[in-house]
Design a protein around this ligand. Structure first.
Ligand code: ZN
Length: 316
């Protein structure tokens, strides 16, 4: 059975924007991030420290982190492909850094030009760098297994290989291991199965989050399957921003608005105000008019009399 409260980690400013054709201007990005935080999102992945030549959409990530840190109570997460990125993330003051390790080595080479051994070596170097920091300044370090449910180049990846990579990331010193359905190949059964298998090897408390895409329309079903397995952190993006150039009509990440609606309808607290969240779409649509925004709830509206989950009362 799942938990009574979940953490929605908004990844639109990173996963969404990096898949957009144009670059969102800094001021618009900040307006959007501030609005997302005011809607109640407590963790936002605001960018990634990759080469601006490869991803010009992410060129201002350091400035975004510095500015977003001024928002009260917001956890600032970033993606880093290597030690250099992690150093920049620490310098900017990110609270959480995620290193992607694609379980498909071909994808890893195409995506961040590193073999599995090279990514693990980066993880080891990042942990050594973090250990030298004063405890209060040490960001949380997640290793994320991308293409965990299949790869567009290699197809299904042997489970043995996935479990071994999870172990190696944990041995390298990652605080936890995330599971990413980068390609939208997962289904509720495979999601349940892989969560159990990875937890079986590295421990339940080391797998608490999933990163799902809605490429084939199974995003919410997969999120619910993960929730039933006890997963408590869910990545999603406003409007399912991002899409996929090779899958027309398919949204990118699962749509934050629909995901929040599902949980709140079930009485599971997300801390998010749905009306305020849906209003954030206007900022996004204004800044990125050529991008298609997805989501059923924003189009249909909230059901009459919808209240959402009761807000838990703090116990003194
Ligand atoms: Zn993704």
């Amino acid at each position: 059975m799942g938990v009574s409260k979940v953490l929605i980690s908004e990844v639109g400013p990173r996963d969404g924007l990096q898949n957009c054709g144009s670059v969102m201007p800094f001021q618009e990005k900040m307006r959007w991030i501030r609005a997302l935080a005011s809607a109640g999102l407590r963790e936002i992945e605001v960018g990634s420290f990759v080469s601006p030549k490869v991803l010009p959409q992410m060129a201002d990530t350091a400035d975004v982190v510095v500015e977003a840190r001024k928002i009260d109570g917001l956890e600032i997460a970033v993606l880093v492909p290597n030690l250099k990125g992690a150093e920049l993330a620490v310098k900017a003051g990110a609270a959480k850094i995620t290193l992607p390790l694609s379980v498909s080595e071909t994808h890893s080479l195409r995506n961040i030009r590193q073999t599995h051994d090279q990514v693990i070596a980066q993880a080891v170097a990042i942990v050594a760098m973090l250990k030298d920091l004063p405890v209060g300044q040490r960001p949380y370090f997640e290793g994320s297994l991308s293409t965990a449910f299949g790869c567009t180049i290699e197809g299904p990846i042997p489970e043995r290989q996935i479990l071994r990579l999870a172990e190696r990331l944990l041995d390298a010193g990652c605080d936890e291991i995330g599971l990413s359905d980068t390609t939208g190949y997962g289904d509720p059964h495979s999601v349940r199965h892989l969560i159990r298998a990875v937890r079986g090897v590295i421990g339940d408390d080391k797998v608490t989050g999933v990163h799902l895409h809605n490429t084939r329309g199974l995003g919410l079903a997969n999120a619910l399957a993960a929730y039933d397995e006890g997963i408590s952190t869910f990545d999603s993006s406003l409007g399912g921003l991002g899409g996929c150039p090779t899958a027309p009509g398919a949204s990118g990440n699962i749509v934050t608005e629909d995901l929040v609606f599902m949980f709140e309808s079930m009485g599971i607290d997300t801390g998010v105000d749905l009306d305020a969240l849906i209003a954030c779409r206007e900022i996004l649509a204004g800044a990125m008019p050529e991008e298609e925004l997805y989501g059923f709830v924003p189009r249909a509206g909230l059901p009459l009399g919808f209240k959402g989950a009761p807000v838990p009362v703090a116990v003194e």
